[in-house]
Design a protein around this ligand. Structure first.
Ligand code: GLU
Length: 447
């Protein structure tokens, strides 16, 4: 079987961690099987869909490295949806309804008041040709409902296991709106058939849609695909993420938090699986480690702090070859391997490398809480050439000469040399600062 999946966001907002988890699981499933990944923009809602959001979706996926083999836009395929609707009408499976939203609301209310499920009563099926003509003459336009089979619908979900619905317990869904526009329930199945989608992997908020859509697949003569419904992410306290999705958008995590794509992908690939979350350096390694059977039904908890920790761990292990072009792009020409190895253990985000470039290559305002001690230390600074051993030699001399040791020795020196209380190991930093600069800073000069 050729594996073919799709990620189908609506371009009505920015992608966030919840969408990306679905995109990623689809992508990994396809790549692992040597199958294909379709990016489908569900943009039939033209009040809310915008070209800007569509572009941003593509840019976000590209930044993450989740490339697609095919791309489709539902707004380009309206003709196919009306053909499908016509075939359903011809088969007696799509029927016109004239109720207004208010009338439907009243029906719902009265059913609920009698503790009955708010199912559509199929009143429109009983309309005569005259009734319909009268409605049309009143200026009403019909919306169209799919006539479900009152038969059981079952599938074996790749995540949830056996799933079962009674057709009679579902409302006939509206497929075509009054203005003639198709709704997602229809357009999605038409696309999945036309693009020969083998597996639909999506959020568990679509489980009931699946029951309806399986009947639609059958009515349209398509092969019903496999299904996997993933539980939606919550925050660490088990609450839905909906209110925080702005700050958890890919763009915010990239542009405001400055996170690495692999940090986000490492977390989202393993969240809600039986596998431990750990930093993974490459998409190839993620693909190799991916196993759909490890994705669990349990609600995955998204923790932004965990994401930051993964980001830091990736940076702390990042090889120079990967960091070098990025440092060059930031304008740090000549940032060598020794510099990178010195500063990377202190980075939470890549951009922080700039701070340490400044400190080793540009004037720093030193802080000297204890000028007497600093002056004594400066007089003991070994001559060049300097290496990583220089710091140890210097510290021994200072201890012997002044009797100062421990934090009382290290902190004033760090402040004088870097202007900071924390930072990379001084034994590595010192040779990068160099003797002239170090001496000047120790004497209180901006250097
Ligand atoms: N546009 C739909 C959504 O974002 C797609 C659902 C599906 O994957 O079928 O929820």
């Amino acid at each position: 079987m050729t594996i073919s999946v799709r990620f189908a966001p609506s371009p009505t907002g920015r992608l966030h961690v919840g969408n990306i988890r679905l995109a990623l699981v689809n992508w990994l499933f396809a790549r692992k099987a040597g199958g294909s990944f379709l990016l489908r923009l569900d943009d039939t809602d033209d009040e809310r869909s915008t070209p800007e959001f569509a572009e941003a979706i593509e840019a976000d996926l590209s930044w993450l490295g989740l490339g697609w083999d095919r791309r489709a836009r539902q707004s380009d395929r309206l003709q196919r949806y009306s053909e499908a609707a016509e075939s359903l009408k011809a088969a007696g499976r799509l029927y016109p309804c004239y109720e207004t939203a208010d009338e439907l609301g009243l029906k719902r209310k009265s059913l609920l008041a009698r503790s009955l499920p708010p199912l559509y009563d199929r009143a429109a099926l009983r309309l005569t040709a005259e009734d319909r003509a009268r409605h049309e003459a009143e200026g009403r336009r019909p919306h169209w409902r799919f006539k479900l089979d009152h038969a059981p619908v079952a599938w074996t979900d790749l995540v949830r296991g056996p799933a079962h619905f009674e057709g009679a317990a579902l409302s006939d869904p509206v497929l075509i709106r009054e203005d003639g526009r198709p709704l997602y329930t229809l357009s999605s199945v038409v696309d999945d058939i036309d693009f020969a989608i083998s597996h639909v992997i999506r959020g568990e908020d679509h489980v009931a849609n699946t029951a309806v859509q399986i009947q639609l697949w059958q009515a349209l003569g398509g092969t019903v695909p496999g299904f996997a419904h993933l539980p939606l992410l919550t925050d660490a306290g088990g609450q839905g993420l909906s209110k925080r999705l702005g700050s958890l958008s890919v763009s915010a995590l990239r542009d405001e938090e400055g996170l690495e794509p692999m940090a986000l992908l490492s977390l989202l690939a393993r969240l809600g699986t039986a596998d431990a979350i750990e930093p993974v350096r490459s998409l190839e390694a993620l693909i190799a480690g991916f196993d759909m059977t490890r994705v669990s039904r349990a609600t995955p908890k998204f923790d932004a702090e965990e994401l930051k920790r993964l980001n830091a761990r990736l940076l702390h292990e990042m090889p120079f070859a990967e960091a070098a072009p990025r440092m060059e792009a930031l304008g740090f020409a000549g940032a060598n391997e020794r510099f990178w190895r010195t500063v990377r253990p202190n980075l939470g985000r890549f951009a922080e490398v700039a701070e340490w470039w400044q400190i080793t290559h540009a004037p720093v305002t030193p802080a000297a809480p204890d000028p007497g001690f600093i002056a004594a230390a400066a007089a003991l600074l070994p001559p060049e050439p300097w290496s990583e051993a220089t710091w140890g030699v210097w510290v021994e001399r200072i201890k012997a000469e002044t009797g100062v040791k421990g934090k009382a020795l290290f902190l004033p020196l760090r402040l004088a040399l870097t202007g900071r209380e924390h930072g990379p190991e001084l034994k590595n930093l010192l040779p990068l600062i160099g003797r002239n600069r170090a001496l000047a800073r120790l004497s209180g000069t901006v250097a």
